[in-house]
Design a protein around this ligand. Structure first.
Ligand code: HEC
Length: 154
């Protein structure tokens, strides 16, 4: 009687441990993948700094909306990829340290540009006022990852 019960108990017990081991293994793998995903998706600190600077400044937000919503800029530009024109982050990296960067880029936005990045022409934007162009350029300059710490140093 007791012998047969032991035999019967033995079977399920062994497979139960297998089950526990498999579930445990799956949990470890799942958590590991979740952690890798979290690390990949976590915004970089310098990007967070840029976003915080923009969130704190109405002028920067105005500039962003002028570029991304109220004009034709996004037809040729994206934030980070070079499409027809260079990506805005790339532009910010190139001019972010220029003391007259806002004036310079505002001028380019209104007057158009060619030859700085290639042979494709950026058209003029005469309908954009000087004030709007400066707001746009101010936002562009703020996209430079270390822009915040740079201004802190000065
Ligand atoms: C028809 C396509 C097109 C549109 C629309 C466009 N751009 Fe451009 N943009 C370009 C190209 C092409 C260049 C590279 C020009 C060059 O090589 O000098 C450029 C360059 C730039 C530059 C860098 C200029 C320099 O001197 O390095 C800025 C800043 C810029 N664009 C901002 C804007 C803004 C802001 C808007 C919207 C008002 C806009 N662009 C709309 C195509 C475009």
């Amino acid at each position: 009687m007791s012998d047969t019960r032991e035999e019967r108990d033995d079977q399920p017990r062994r497979s139960r441990w297998w089950g526990v081991a498999i579930v445990g293994f799956a949990l470890v793998v799942g958590l590991g993948m979740f952690n890798i995903g979290r690390l990949i998706l976590r915004p970089k600190p310098e990007v967070v700094a840029v976003e915080q600077a923009i969130a704190a400044s109405p002028a920067l937000q105005q500039g962003r909306d002028l570029v991304t919503k109220s004009s034709d800029c996004m037809r040729c530009h994206t934030m980070d990829l070079d499409v027809v024109g260079p990506g805005f982050m790339t532009i910010a990296k190139r001019y972010g340290d220029r003391p007259d960067g806002v004036q310079y880029l505002a001028g380019k936005i209104r007057e158009g540009s060619v030859g700085e990045w290639g042979r494709v022409v950026m058209p003029r934007h005469p309908q954009i006022t000087q004030e709007q162009a400066e707001l746009m350029a101010g936002w562009l300059m703020a996209l430079k990852p270390s822009a915040k710490s740079d201004t802190d140093k000065r």
